[in-house]
Write a protein that binds this ligand. Structure first.
Ligand SMILES: Cc1ncc(COP(=O)(O)O)c(C=O)c1O
Length: 449
């Protein structure tokens, strides 16, 4: 294809680079074949199945660097899909977890770390008067939705197209529908895979569309228990809320007696210590956390106002889990939160500064090479969309992006020693420094040469 300026069919010499990767990451290739003999798809989560050119096997990560089983070193911007806000193997976290390993892995009963971490969280998260723990983002979103249904006595919830809230049937609709699916389903929720229960509880609307949300509330206001959103749409292009949009959601949900739930699984402890709600200055009723809050360990958190969380406190809403609040993850989380909380926000100042510098350096280089690119988000998490001329407002606008070309770019960067998520998202950690940024931009220069 052409982009109007240059022939881009193999601008990144993908075939050559794939051959090189096959040779230098032969150990990963062999392990992938072996794993597929016993592990479904050879990977532990479906999203990793399609890794191009093939899934890599890693054996070590320190700070902002990763090493694969063949000893290749990479600057890492995948960061485990977001959790590693302090980089790989943060010493404070490793030491805290190591010490707890000697004392007990799980008690299935109470221990000091539970209220210590809860106190830290309630002091940092604007909407958090009380918190509850679980193990994954998927689980904790379900607790939030159940709480909203119980509080309001209503059965449905409103979600936005392109937003991801875990893999439960109740939310895994209209995530990344293809244009054909959009044509087939119209305004109805589009299931993401087979076997999902048809579920009438979801109402799906477009991100940043006040008209859509208002219409949904006009038609179904007495049925909607909650509006659920990623306050910064990280899973589909890092699309921010337009000015006033979160305030609008806040006002409308209050007016209709529905709850506003921010899914801060990505934005929490990433955009700011107080997450998106601090960054944008809008406080939801409930917020869900995973990823950065556990700094790489399986912890998720529901935070919310007492009037809602009391339903959990009283046992009217069931929230359960054998490993909820286990001391290993809470030891790690306590250490991570203390590191992030130290230095008066300096960790965030650094991530925003370096991330913006990196993003701007990437855009400058790509534009100079006549590759149309739009950058969304900034600092600790941003996204590059190839082939777009204007910033997208919602998921549908991202459909015009050239995902194949970006995937080719990611392969070329991998060959140059930089690991990227293939959807265009870049994560930074407190462990990234000027050195990594320089090295990355130099890799881009080689890729574009
Ligand atoms: C915004 C958001 N919510 C929920 C989830 C689900 O979290 P988990 O993968 O821990 O179940 C994710 C995962 O990427 C996410 O990005």
């Amino acid at each position: 294809m052409t982009n109007g300026c240059v022939e881009v069919s193999d601008i990144f010499h993908v075939k050559l680079r794939e051959d090189r990767l096959r040779a230098k990451a032969a150990g990963s290739l062999a392990r992938g074949l072996r794993a597929r003999g016993t592990l479904a798809g050879g990977v532990s989560t479906g999203l990793r199945r399609t890794a191009r050119p093939f899934p890599l096997y890693f054996q070590e990560g320190h700070g902002a660097r990763l090493w694969d089983v063949d000893g290749n070193e990479y600057v890492d911007y995948m960061l485990g899909w977001g959790p590693l806000i302090l980089g790989h193997s943060c010493p404070a976290v490793s030491e805290a977890v190591g010490a707890q390993l000697q004392l007990g892995h799980t008690f299935g009963a109470q221990h000091d770390l539970e209220y210590e971490v809860a106190e830290l969280l309630t002091s940092l998260i604007p909407c958090a008067e009380l918190v509850a723990f679980a193990n994954s983002g998927t689980e904790i979103v379900q607790v939030a939705l159940r709480l909203a249904r119980a509080y309001t006595g209503r059965a449905r919830h409103l979600k936005f197209e392109g937003h991801y809230h875990g893999w439960d049937d109740s939310v895994l609709v209209s995530y990344h529908p293809s244009p054909q699916e959009l044509g087939r389903y119209g305004d109805a929720p589009v299931p993401t895979g087979e076997g999902q229960r048809p579920d009438a509880s979801q109402i799906v609307v477009q991100w940043n569309s006040r008209e859509d949300v208002e219409r949904a509330f006009r038609q179904h206001g007495d049925e909607i228990s909650a509006v659920l959103c990623e306050p910064l749409l990280c899973n589909s292009g890092c699309i921010p809320p337009e000015p006033g949009f979160l305030e609008f959601l806040r006002e409308l949900t209050t007016r209709y007696g529905a709850l506003l739930i921010f899914d801060e699984v990505i934005t929490g402890f990433r955009l700011a210590l107080g997450g998106a709600q601090q960054h944008y200055g809008v406080t939801p009723d409930l917020a869900t956390y995973a990823k950065a809050v556990g700094a790489g360990l399986p912890l998720s958190v529901l935070a919310g106002r007492e009037q809602y969380m009391d339903l959990i406190a009283s046992g009217r809403v069931i929230h359960a889990g054998t490993l909820n609040g286990n001391p290993l993850v809470l030891a790690g989380a306590k250490a991570a939160l203390q590191v992030l909380n130290a230095g008066n926000g300096s960790a965030y100042t650094k991530m925003w500064h370096l991330g913006d510098r990196l993003r701007d350096g990437l855009v400058r280089r790509l534009s100079a090479a006549h590759i149309p690119v739009v950058a969304m988000g900034g600092g600790p998490v941003f996204q590059l969309l190839f082939g777009l001329q204007n910033p997208p407002r919602n998921y549908r606008d991202t459909l015009a992006a050239d995902k194949v070309l970006y995937g080719d770019f990611a392969i070329a960067m991998l060959d140059e020693g930089v690991t990227l998520l293939q959807d265009g998202r870049w994560y930074l950690s407190t462990a990234h420094d000027e050195n990594e940024i320089e090295r990355t931009l130099a890799a881009v220069d080689r890729v574009l040469a």
